[in-house]
Each structure stands twice: as C-alpha cells, then as structure tokens.
Design a protein around this ligand. Structure first.
Ligand code: GDL
Length: 702
C-alpha cells in the first residue's frame, strides 16, 4: 500500500484502508474479527476501526469500564491485530448523552480511553454520528455551537492521549445530505475544519449516508472546508437498514482518482461477517489501483471506459474465485461435510450407477446402498457461476446485477404482453420463448440454492441462508405467476389461493404496510436499467410553442387510434395548444440529446381554460382544485424521474401562488399518463359532472 499524504511528526502517513465495524445489530465475534485481520493482512489492508453501534460499552454505556473478562478479550484482539499488521483503532460514541461542558464527563471519557490504551491500543476515534443535534441547556451556555462542543472535547482527549498517530473524528454532519444548507456553507463543518487539531482525521460517508457515487469534485469541496482530506467511511455494503438486503457486489462507483485526494477508506459492510468476502476483497483491489503514490496495477488496467485502473467486474471475478475456495473448504470439526435429506429439499436423485457420490470421504462402515435400494443423496459442487449469480441477485444498494435486472425486465415484459398468449402464432411464440427463458433463469436460482446449501463451509452458508431462501421463494412466486399468465400454471396453486400458506404472503406486517403504499412494487430504479441519458429541464419560452404542440399531437394520436378532431378537447389542450399562455413559473420543457421530449405546463386559475372549451366554469370541483396542470413526455423517455421532477417543480410554484389544489385531465385510453399519476400517489380521481365520456380527472390538494 502506498505511503503518502505527507508526514506527521516526521512519520510517514500511509493511506488508511480497511474495515469499520460500525453497523447496528449483533457485533462480530472475537474469532471473526481475528479472521478479518488475517484477511486484511493477506489482501494488503491495514486498518480496523472498532465501532460496533450496539456494543454496550462502545455507545450506550460508554462511561463503563471493561470488566476483567472483557479486558482479556480486548487485549487478545488488539494483539491479534498487531500480529497481522493491522492498526486497531478503538472508537467510542459518547454522543447519546454526554454533557460536553461537565468536567466529570470529560474525565470519564479519558478514563475509558486510558483503560483501552492500557490494553495495548494506540489509535483512537471519537464518533458523533446519529445523535440528537440539540444541545442541553448547560452545553448551550458553555459552547457557541454543537461543533464547538465536539471539537473542544475531541482536541482535549486527543492531547490527553499523547496525540496518537491515528485519531479519527466522525462529525454529526458526516455526509453532504446532512449539511445545512450545503457542504461549502455549513457552519458546522467550517468550525470542525477550522478548530479541530490538524493531526485529527475526519470521517465522511460522501454525498449521502449510503452514497451511490463519490466524485473527486465532491471530495475536493469537502476537503477544502475540513482543511484536510477525509477518511471515507463507506456504507456501500452496509445492510443494517433492511433485513432483506445483502450486498455481494464489487466496490464500485468510486473513481480511483479519488485515492490521492483521500486520507483513507474504511468500509462498513454487511452485518453478517462471512458474506463480506467480496466487499473487502474488492476494496483491497481498488486500493491497489494506486500503489506507491502513482504506479498502477497492470493487471487491473481494464477496458472499461469509466476507470482505466480498476474494473469492478474484474475485481468481482477475482474475489468470487477466491471465495469459492473458501466455500469448498469445510469448517466442520473432523472435516466431514454434512449429509442432507434429498427428499425434503426436493432435489434430484441420481441413479447410483450414474456417478460416484461426491462425498467419498465418509467414515469406514458408512452405508452403501444395495441393488434396488435408494441411492445416496449426492450434492453437486458449487461453481463460480453460482457465486456470480448469487452476487448479481444481491448486488449493490443502487443497482441489481445484470441477471437480476434481466429477470425483472422479463417479468415486466411478460406481464405487459400477456395478451399475446392468445394472439396470432408469431407473437405467441415470442411470448412463450421469453417465458421459457425466464423459467430457465429461475431454475438456475434454485440450482444455485441447492448447491450452496450443500457447500462444506457451513458458517458462510448460515450467514447467507435467510437471504437465499428469501430470493428462492420470491423467484418461485414470480415463476408461478408467469406460468399462470401463460395459462400453464394452476392459478390457485400459489398465488390466488384463498387460504395460502404463510410463504404465499411474504414480508410480515412490514410487507403489508409496504403493499399499501402507492409505489409498492414499482421501484423504477430497477425496472429500467440505470440511466445513461442526460436530460435537461428548462423554463418554457414562447418559441417552444410549436414543439409543444407537436408533442401533444403525437401523444394524443399514439394513445387512441381515433383522429384528433373526433376527440373532445381536454382542459390541458388549451395550454399545450398555446391558446392561453401558462402562468408565470409554471411552464417547463424537457430535452434530451435529440431535442424536446416533454413538457409540463400549468395555469394557476383553471377557469379561463374551461371557458375556452365551453365547459362550465362554476363547477364545484374548481373550488377544491382551482389550478390546472398538463404534462406529456415522449415514450423514448423510459425513466419517470424527469417527469416527476417537473411535476414537483410546478406543484410548488402553484402552491406558492396561493392555490390549494391542482387537477389534470387524462383520457381513459392514455394508460401511460394514468399509470404515471396513479403511481405518484398524491393524485386521486375526482368526480366531475359533464365530463366527456373518455376523460378522467385527477386532482391533488396542495
Ligand atoms: C449510518 C451510521 C452507521 C450505519 C450506516 C448504515 C455512519 C457514520 N453511521 O448512518 O452506523 O451502519 O448508517 O445504516 O455511517
């Protein structure tokens, strides 16, 4: 690993790289941590930050000293880290209830850290994340701000401990999203940057708590406020916020150009220890992209446009290849793989004459089936492809792996085109072939599950078990549903049974709440591949009139095959046709690289539009919904977010004009718009008299 970022007290400062055990939930065991140190050493990582949120004496009871038994364990752990060349950084989180201005509190903190110092620890950290930002009355009297209080105690403790070589501080505003109003204007961060002693490093999670991407520019911005390069506390693989998620994708979306701009990176990964193999392995590959200041790892020089020095795909393959070996080595005492009942798992039985059972290392005297008897259950060994599939199903917080995306897209397509099942032969054939392809993908998941659950390393399996069961069932339901769509499955079997087994309605109470929300099951993020198109939303100007008219005509023609003149006009047509200009601040157009592809226009007072098309202006609906909105986006824009943004913008302009509600009109045949407004959640159908037959009014209160 490179030695750079200047010197401190004449000692070269190496790039901090490794793991922070900083998640909520069950902390790792001492054995797991020792295993972690071995791995870190093997992979060239150098730091471990001890910060398990739910360890009593790290946070909740931070003042309490360790008992003799606990001390013994910590001493052993600190010494194990040393053995493996890993810097053990002990963190404490006193922020839940500390009174900064009370000298007894400061003394308690020093006493606790002194104790850990006696255990052999030389590096420390004070964390102030996830705490109440309002100071108590005593602190308000003593300090001019929360930042001043934190900085004062941190500097004091740092000096008390003899200015350790590594001392980390986690601010309360530890990501851009928490800064008010912005990073560069945050008085909290400015105080921290100005007042925290220069030898103290600062943790930072990036633009968000769980940052999708971390750009060089964003780090330059925060570094200039903090007056030092931050240490990234990376939550990209953290899963403590959702019990159904696990992250087995590669370290990604952090350009290696960041490395020289940072003081270090620590990953705060999944709560389950063993599945973190990929997270930590790929982080180490990423760190190696920059060796000794500049030289890059030749092997990693990838063909990817994005980062020539690190390829997440290649890093993942390297990690999975190593991980496979670990899966295949038994962790059972005596080294015996477990035998399982094939029948219960519903797996294939093989004819004993076909092949030797894989488990040939059974103890002497083990059962050998005779002619005509049941063959012994044989487990196929796990493959690299299985692990690739596993990783793709549990990829990253903002991205499913390619196979997972393909599966979602297939179900989406099969659902949308289910009417083709009874259509003419060509269309039906295409539907059936895609349904079969989807079925094959589901079968691969089941087979992967079977091989995983027979892997000799049970510790890894047990950490994965709930997740792989869950995905197997989820995929199983989708598979049954597609069969039903194709007229092959028995609808009552799994999906529409009046008295289903509990696994037919998954997710418990939390699942039920989720299903009640307007956007349930419609995570646009995953339905559509990640966006590559760049959109521009800008204010409408009079020269846009003809383009808006063109889009409006195109959309109306597209939905119903009825000539335009035959359709009764909509209120919104008055706006898109240019008969009445939109209200100020109430008109936007959307552009992509091909030109204008959408618009959103509004009138704060709907009545002139109603009068224009001879609708009654005194309809009581106009009292509740006095404003009008119309929006169209061409079908080539598959990502709904630009439309959502435009709507958001207009609604806030309309609201600030004093209006209490907005309505829009949609034709029955315009499924896309109906779908869009319905999914938004806030718009509801509104009853209105004297409406043309095929028109629906949707309204929202502001
Ligand atoms: C956080 C917490 C962290 C938690 C993570 C993901 C920091 C600095 N603190 O905000 O303990 O594991 O989110 O839920 O990230």
């Amino acid at each position: 690993m490179s030695k750079r970022a200047g010197a401190k007290g004449g000692v070269q400062r190496r790039f901090i790289s490794g793991v922070v055990e900083g998640f909520y939930g069950r902390p790792w065991t001492m054995e797991q941590r020792t295993e972690l140190f071995k791995r870190e050493q093997k992979w060239g990582l150098n730091t471990y930050l001890y910060a398990p949120k739910d360890d009593y004496k790290h946070r909740m009871y931070w003042r309490d000293l360790y008992s003799a038994e606990e001390a013994e364990q910590l001493i052993a752990l600190i010494s194990a880290a040393k053995t493996h060349d890993v810097e053990f950084v002990y963190a404490i989180s006193p922020g839940l209830d500390i009174t900064f201005s009370n000298p007894r509190e400061v003394a308690a903190l020093k006493r606790k850290l002194d104790q850990v110092k006696e255990f052999g620890c030389r590096s420390f950290s004070l964390l102030f994340d996830d705490i109440e930002t309002e100071m108590c009355a005593a602190d308000k009297q003593a300090f001019s701000s929360f930042a001043h209080a934190q900085v004062s105690i941190t500097n004091e403790v740092y000096q008390h401990l003899g200015e350790p070589h590594t001392f980390l501080f986690c601010p309360t505003d530890y990501c851009a999203a928490f800064c008010t109003p912005t990073v560069s204007q945050s008085s909290y961060l400015h105080t921290v940057g100005d007042k925290l002693l220069p030898g103290i490093d600062i943790l930072w999670t990036g633009p968000k708590v769980v940052s999708h991407k971390i750009s060089v520019e964003s780090i330059e911005e925060v570094s200039s406020v903090l007056k030092r390069p931050p240490v990234i506390w990376d939550n990209i693989h953290a899963n403590d916020y959702d019990p159904q998620r696990l992250f087995l994708g590669p370290y990604k979306d952090r350009p290696t150009d960041l490395i020289p701009k940072l003081r270090g990176v620590l990953t705060n990964p999944n709560c389950e220890f063993y599945p973190n193999f990929v997270a930590i392995h790929t982080l180490s590959t990423w760190c190696k992209a920059f060796v000794d200041g500049a030289q890059r790892d030749v092997e990693m020089t990838g063909d990817e446009d994005q980062d020539p020095y690190y390829s997440p795909q290649k890093a993942l393959t390297l990690a999975l290849t190593d991980w496979l070996q670990e899966f295949l080595s038994t962790d059972q005492p005596g080294g015996k793989p477990l035998k399982r009942s094939a029948l219960k798992q519903g797996r294939k039985r093989k004819d004993p004459s076909d092949e030797e059972p894989m488990h040939t290392d059974m103890a002497e005297g083990s059962y050998v089936p005779g002619p005509g008897e049941n063959p012994l259950y044989t487990a196929e060994p796990l493959t690299l492809d299985d692990l690739k599939l596993l990783s793709e199903l549990f990829y990253l917080p903002y991205e499913h792996g390619p196979t997972a995306r393909a599966m979602l897209q297939e179900v989406d397509w099969l659902k949308k085109h289910s009417c083709d099942v009874s259509a003419e032969t060509d269309k039906r054939a295409e539907w059936c072939s895609r349904a079969q392809h989807f079925d094959d993908m589901c079968e691969a998941v089941v087979q992967m599950f079977n091989r995983l659950s027979n892997a000799p390393n049970r510790s890894i399996l047990y950490d994965l078990y709930n997740y792989i069961c869950d995905i197997k069932s989820g995929v199983g339901l989708a598979r049954a549903y597609v069969k039903t769509l194709g007229g092959r499955g028995r609808p009552s079997a799994q999906l529409m049974n009046d008295d289903p087994e509990p696994w037919g309605f998954r997710g418990g109470l939390s699942g039920e709440f989720q299903r009640m929300l307007p956007c349930h099951g419609n995570r646009d993020l995953f339905r559509h591949p990640p966006m590559t198109a760049v959109y521009c939303i800008r204010p409408y100007c009079p020269e846009d009139k003809t383009e808006v008219q063109r889009i409006s005509r195109e959309m109306q023609r597209g939905e119903a095959n009825v000539p335009l003149v035959m359709q009764p006009p909509l209120l919104g047509d008055v706006l898109s046709g240019g008969d009445i200009p939109p209200s100020p601040q109430c008109a936007l157009v959307l552009e992509d690289e091909m030109g204008m592809c959408g618009y959103a226009l509004a009138l704060t007072d709907v009545k002139p539009a109603a009068a224009k098309i001879q609708r009654g202006v005194n309809d009581p609906v106009f009292k509740d919904y006095p404003s009008l909105l119309t929006l169209q986006v061409l079908p080539r824009v598959t990502d709904p977010s630009p439309a959502k943004r435009m709507i958001g913008h207009l609604l806030s302009s309309i609201k600030s004009s004093g209006s209490g509600g907005v309505l829009c009109e949609v034709r029955h045949s315009d499924r896309r718009s109906l779908n869009f407004y319905t999914k938004l959640g806030s718009f509801k159908p509104v009853k209105m008299d004297d409406l043309p037959q095929d028109v629906i009014v949707m309204g929202t209160n502001l």
